[in-house]
Each structure stands twice: as C-alpha cells, then as structure tokens.
Design a protein around this ligand. Structure first.
Ligand SMILES: Nc1nc2c(ncn2[C@@H]2O[C@H](COP(=O)(O)OP(=O)(O)OP(=O)(O)O)[C@@H](O)[C@H]2O)c(=O)[nH]1
Ligand SMILES: [Mg+2]
Length: 462
C-alpha cells in the first residue's frame, strides 16, 4: 500500500453480526463533507472547523434516490484532536449486518474510499500521534483475551515501551556525539573520550537493551498464551485434567486406555494469563495406525510446548511407560502431576523422587478438582516467575526483539572496536547501526513493506 493521506477513508468499525449499535467511521479532509451528504438533514447543524466533538441526530439516506436507510447519531471530531489527527465523523447506526453495510455503501457513494485493514491506526502513526510500538499495542489490546495481556497492551499503548526505547536512543546518540567529537579533535593531541569511559557507557546501554530483550518471553506468553502440553501414558486422567482446567466437558473421558486419539487444544484464562492447554493421546507402544499417529502428535505437542504437565496415576505403581516418558521430558520445563488422589496411593515415593530430581509433584484429583489451586499456581509461576501478580512493565514482541538484538550486536562490535583501537570514524558507524536498529522499534525510519506487514494484520475499521 502506498501512503496517501489526502483522501477520505471509511470502514465499519464494529464486529460483524447483530448488535445494538454499528459504527461506520470516516476519516480524512472530507470526512465532515461525506457525513453531510450522507445525512442531509444534519447539514445545517454542523458547525465550522473550530467546533468539535459533538453529536447530532439525523437520518442516513441512499445517495441515488434519497430514501432513508437508517436513523443515526453523527459524532463530529475535528482535527487534530482525533484518533487519526484528521477530521473524523462517526455514524452510530443500528447494529444489524444489512444496516451497517447500507450505511457504509452510502458513505462510499458520498465520496469516501473503503479503508484498508489498520488504515486508521496507520494514519495515526503517519501523522505522528503515536509511534509504531503504540500502533502495535492497539492491535494487542484488541486481541487481548485476559486481564494480564490487556494490562500489558495498555501499558505499551500508554507509551511504556516508547519511553524506554527513546531513552536508549538518546543514550546511544550521546555516545555517538562523544565519538564524533573525537573525530573533530583527532588532529590535535586531546583525548576527548578515553576508551574506558566509552566502554562504561556502552555497557550501561547494553544492560538496558538486554533487560528489554529478556522481556520477550513474557511478551510472547501474554500475546500468544503459554503452551502447556498434558502428557502421560494412557488412562492416567489427562483428558479429565483438561476438562477440569477448562471447566468444560471438552475432551472425551472413558476408562478405556487410548481414548484420546488427536490432540485437543483449549485456550484458558488462568489467573489473568492466557494459557493454551493441549490434551494429548496417551504415550505407549502401539501397533494401531490411528493411535500411532496420535502418539506422534503427542510428542510434537510436547516438543512445541513451554511447559509439560506430566500426569501420573497415583493409584497404580509406576510402569515402564511412565519412566520412559520421565526420561524423555528431562531437561524440559515440567510439573509432575500425580492424579487420582481420591484413591489409595500406590506410587513409590522414593523411586519417584529419584526419577524426578528437583521437579516437585503436585497431587490432584481430576474428578473432584482437589489440588487444582496448587497446580494453577505452579503454571503461573512457570510463565511469569514466582508470585508475579502484575504484568511486566514492558513485554516486547518478536519484531522489537529482532531490532533490539541488532542494536545489541552493533554495540558489541563497537566495544570490540574500542578495545581494538579502531578509528573514531569506524566506531561511529557501529553506533549509527545501533541507533538505526533501536529507531526501527519505534518506527523512526521504517520501510513501507514492514508497515504493510504490521498494519495488514489489523482488523478492518481500526
Ligand atoms: N478415581 C479417579 N478416577 C479418575 C480421576 N481422573 C480420571 N479418572 C478416571 O480415569 C479414567 C481415564 O481418564 P481419562 O481422563 O480419559 O484419561 P486419559 O489420560 O485422557 O486417557 P487416554 O486418553 O486414554 O490417554 C476415566 O475412567 C476417569 O474417570 C481421578 O482423579 N480419580
Ligand atoms: Mg484422554
């Protein structure tokens, strides 16, 4: 998409389906003109440019024959105090699919162009109201399914990440100024910036960069959910555990070993944290083609997970299948779950402790829900670190992580150059690379294809 903010765009901003109200949003230099043609009975009530943020009641008419399509409320918001920083007109009509579509078509007939996905937010970014991290936060906020994800997105929208990144840019620019000063004085015998001072400043910047980069793990969990695979041999109660966590009869539970054949995924809100729980087929040796494929998927789900819940049946002795699985999981993040605590325990504690090492098991009864709170606490702890109730101050996404890593690596080359006695000209180049990379996070100099990718993922009307 080529950026052209001279035209006026329109889109339906409310979700498809039926609702009390549907909103058609119009933005651009002719937004109010479009609204006046769309709703001729309000034209005389619309004020001049100096009047802004008011609502008028009227009727939307078909542009070709003047037939009334719907009654609506028009909100007039004049630039620059609007979402896009352009004139914005919002038509609140009735929220039926035919009603909003009719109003949208009429807006197009009245002179507006249909907006691309994310185009309103793209204009907010192009017009300098928000930076790229805040534009991304808009989509994160809309996509948030849980409280912690929402809080993290709201923090980013409020400029939390922007502030941190701008701070880093200033410090790198300060370091660059120092190095450039020594270029100017290189003919004279003054040492403007001793190597030790440069390295100290650079180390401070890198520490902050590393701190931001490290927040990616939490950012990913807050955006995409923690992937938790429930694994174990057949009949230990994996599907029962999924149903308990999901508070729903999601997966089939029977006393026949090998009931679950395919993986079953469910996104669950665990204490404000999005968690994708995956129930898997019981892992054992099998000659059955279908079961074998199911087991292959179980292993894949385990490998793609952030955390494994290894379910063991507390009412039977450990089997060779259990110990083989414990071996397989060693080295992965895992919470051992000993199920069926309502039945007499038959597991050998000593043997189990030896096999599990540091991983302390949680005892539960998937039938009654006993022990669930302790298990949930362990899952949260594994996602966010011990006892964390609040979302992190910043939680970056993959694009931010890539850019910040490029900056860290450019600073690494700078350090090596300082240590190796490189000329200030060469050192300045490394710092400019670092500055550009950090600038990419906030979208200081972001190429069109990157913007297209980011805004292309937005919903229409935002
Ligand atoms: N007494 C008791 N029985 C349980 C408990 N949890 C599950 N069961 C029973 O154990 C049997 C197997 O449960 P599932 O949840 O289907 O086990 P699974 O691990 O998913 O089994 P597969 O899909 O075959 O691998 C069922 O008869 C459940 O009712 C529990 O906490 N206590
Ligand atoms: Mg099952």
């Amino acid at each position: 998409m080529k950026d052209n903010t001279n035209d006026t765009i329109c889109a339906i901003s409310t979700p498809p389906g039926m609702g009390g109200i549907g909103i058609v949003r119009v933005s651009g230099p002719d937004a109010v003109g479009v609204a006046c043609r769309l709703m001729p009975d309000i034209a005389s009530k619309v004020g001049g440019n100096s009047q802004s943020h008011y609502i008028i009641y009227g009727h939307v008419v078909n542009q070709s024959d003047g037939r009334v399509l719907d009654e609506a409320l028009l909100t007039v918001m004049r630039a620059p105090r609007t979402y896009t920083r352009e004139d914005v007109a919002e038509i609140n009509c009735h929220g039926g699919p035919a009603a909003v579509r009719a109003v949208l078509s009429a807006a197009m007939a009245a002179g507006a162009r249909l907006a691309e996905p994310g185009e309103f937010t793209r204009r907010a970014y192009l017009n300098g109201r928000i930076d790229l991290t805040q534009a991304e936060a808009v989509m994160d906020l809309i996509a948030s399914r849980t409280e912690l994800s929402l809080a993290a997105a709201a923090g980013q929208l409020g400029g939390g990440l922007r502030g941190r990144v701008e701070g880093l840019r200033e410090r790198i620019a300060g370091l660059l100024a120092l190095v450039e000063l020594s270029i100017d004085f290189s003919e004279e015998d003054v040492e403007v910036a001793p190597a030790a001072a440069l390295l100290e400043k650079s180390a401070g910047i890198r520490a902050d960069l590393d701190g931001l980069i490290a927040s990616y793990g939490q950012g990913r969990v807050l955006r995409e959910g923690l992937r938790v695979a429930i694994v174990g041999r057949p009949n230990v109660g994996k599907s029962s555990l999924l149903n308990l966590l999901a508070r729903d009869d999601r997966a089939i539970v029977t006393d026949v070993p090998g009931t679950t054949r395919d993986t079953v995924e469910e996104t669950i809100n665990i204490g404000g944290l999005p968690v994708v729980v995956i129930d898997t087929a019981g892992i054992r040796h099998s000659e059955d083609v279908v079961e074998k494929e199911g087991i292959r998927r179980s292993v894949k789900a385990l490998e793609n997970s952030d955390l494994a819940l290894l379910v063991l049946d507390g009412a039977t002795e450990l089997t060779a299948e259990d110990t083989a699985l414990i071996d397989k999981i060693r080295g992965r993040a895992c919470v051992p779950v000993i199920n069926k605590s309502d039945l007499p325990g038959l597991l050998d504690d000593g043997q189990l402790r030896e096999l599990l090492g540091d991983a302390v098991p949680v005892h539960i009864c998937a039938k009654s829900g006993e022990g669930l709170d302790a298990l949930v606490a362990r899952i949260r702890e594994s996602a966010l670190g011990g006892g964390m109730e609040r979302p992190p101050d910043v939680a970056i996404n993959l694009r931010h992580k890539d850019a910040l890593s490029r900056a860290a690596s450019a600073l690494g080359s700078f350090d090596a150059g300082v240590a190796g006695g490189h000329s200030p000209e060469l050192l300045a180049l490394e710092l400019r690379d670092a500055l550009d990379a950090v600038g990419d996070v906030v979208g200081a100099t972001t190429p069109d294809d990157v913007l297209n990718r980011i805004f292309g993922e937005f919903c229409i009307g935002k």
